[in-house]
Write a protein that binds this ligand. Structure first.
Ligand SMILES: NC(=O)C1=CN([C@@H]2O[C@H](COP(=O)(O)OP(=O)(O)OC[C@H]3O[C@@H](n4cnc5c(N)ncnc54)[C@H](OP(=O)(O)O)[C@@H]3O)[C@@H](O)[C@H]2O)C=CC1
Ligand SMILES: CC(=O)N[C@@H](CCC(=O)OP(=O)(O)O)C(=O)O
Length: 338
């Protein structure tokens, strides 16, 4: 068994991960951690998230920031479901030891360290680790992930967007003079468990945010290889992302070429489902799937692709499990779908 711990286990992504590791046949859920001074330290996961009451009753241990190296020597696999700043601060101590690290934060996703101040609000100081980190887009980077000791698990919007756009880009089906336009709506769990006015029940009403400045724009652009116009929206539902993506296709691209590109990319992949109708949030909430459907307007050459995921699963925890599966030599979907 692969001895596994989760840091940030009391958060939304960490709790989903705890459940997935708990039921995985090859990963042993050995310990759960929260921050040193966490108000939840000492409580059990089942107390904080009662859906796990009497099933995952491991205690939430306060992490000892002075002993991260020893911690990393005592596990085979560590998931960080922590804020970007915490992952960034700790990675030097955690890396290069026994444990393989899966970081769900954005601290090691984009390669240009100068962008961190602008998009994340802190200066990046871990040049070597930033260079070494592998971007964990699990349905595309299998080989790199299987050799990585630090995987930067993608953000939720980038997962939905890249899964839809990469087959088109790889097959040169996108008109390079027009940026793809991504309009995406996320459920409120995307903002994490901490209380804030913006995500409070009475305040949330469908609204765009982060317009022309969200940190997922450079992440999508880097791993797609072209700029995009990305507009996230907050919706009044708990979980899920629906991304509606408009692409100007290259000259004379046919419906068949688009279908071929998606089938070539995902046929036989049990996680990415090529649908025959427009996906809804409810089709994917609580699942590890990414559902795709598209339509080309042959008169104008504009293509609309809709991509739906659960932000906490395919957009975070289940994609992290896909990465861990690949890294330890298992099928990517092990423990996620039968
Ligand atoms: N929510 C989502 O849809 C997605 C989230 N992510 C990323 O995953 C990570 C976790 O997100 P999410 O679960 O939503 O966040 P939450 O706010 O729900 O949870 C954060 C977790 O980290 C712990 N934590 C907070 N500060 C520290 C610290 N300084 N040191 C150690 N632990 C700390 C929290 O517990 P405590 O404060 O009690 O210690 C909690 O367990 C973030 O980096 C987020 O950006 C990625 C993709 C999607
Ligand atoms: C609704 C909401 O607030 N969503 C989050 C994205 C969640 C995610 O993917 O997170 P990271 O890139 O932070 O890991 C946001 O827009 O900041």
């Amino acid at each position: 068994m692969i001895k596994t711990c989760i840091i940030g286990a009391s958060g939304y992504a960490g709790a989903e991960l705890s459940a997935l590791v708990h039921r995985h046949s090859q990963f042993e859920l050995a310990a759960l951690y929260v921050s040193t001074n966490s108000a939840d330290a000492g409580k059990s996961l089942g107390t904080i998230h009662p859906q796990f009451f009497n099933t995952i009753d491991l205690p939430l241990l306060p992490i000892d920031e002075d002993n991260l190296s020893a911690l990393s020597e005592s596990f085979d696999l560590i998931f960080l479901a922590t804020p970007h700043e915490a992952s960034h601060k700790w990675m030097n101590e955690l890396c290069g030891k026994k444990a393989v690290i899966m970081d769900l934060s954005g601290a090691f996703r984009i390669k240009d360290k100068h962008k961190f101040a602008e998009y994340y609000g802190f200066e990046h100081h871990a040049d070597k680790l930033l260079a070494d980190a592998v971007y964990g887009l699990a349905d595309w980077h299998q080989e790199q992930i299987s050799n990585a000791n630090l995987v930067a698990v993608p953000g939720c919007y980038p997962t939905a967007s890249l899964t839809a756009l990469k087959p088109l880009q790889q097959n040169a089906l996108i008109d390079s003079t027009h940026f793809p336009i991504i309009n995406a709506v996320s459920g409120v769990s995307g903002a994490g468990r901490k209380a804030s006015l913006n995500s409070s029940f009475t305040e949330v009403s469908l609204q765009a945010y982060g317009v022309l400045g969200h940190r997922h724009q450079p992440e999508i652009a880097d791993y797609l290889g072209t700029d995009v116009i990305f507009t996230p929206h907050l919706g009044n539902f708990k979980r899920g992302i629906l991304a509606t993506i408009t692409v100007k296709t290259a000259a004379n691209v046919s419906e068949q070429q688009i279908t071929d590109a998606f089938q070539q990319a995902y046929q036989g992949n049990p996680i990415v489902r090529l649908r025959n109708s427009w996906p809804k949030i409810d089709d994917v909430a609580g699942t590890p799937y990414c559902d795709l459907f598209w339509k080309l307007d042959p008169k104008t050459g504009y293509l609309v692709v809709v991509s739906a995921i659960d932000n906490l699963l395919k957009g975070a925890a289940s994609q992290a499990i896909q990465c861990a599966n690949l890294r330890f030599g298992f099928e990517s979907h092990m423990g996620l779908v039968n």
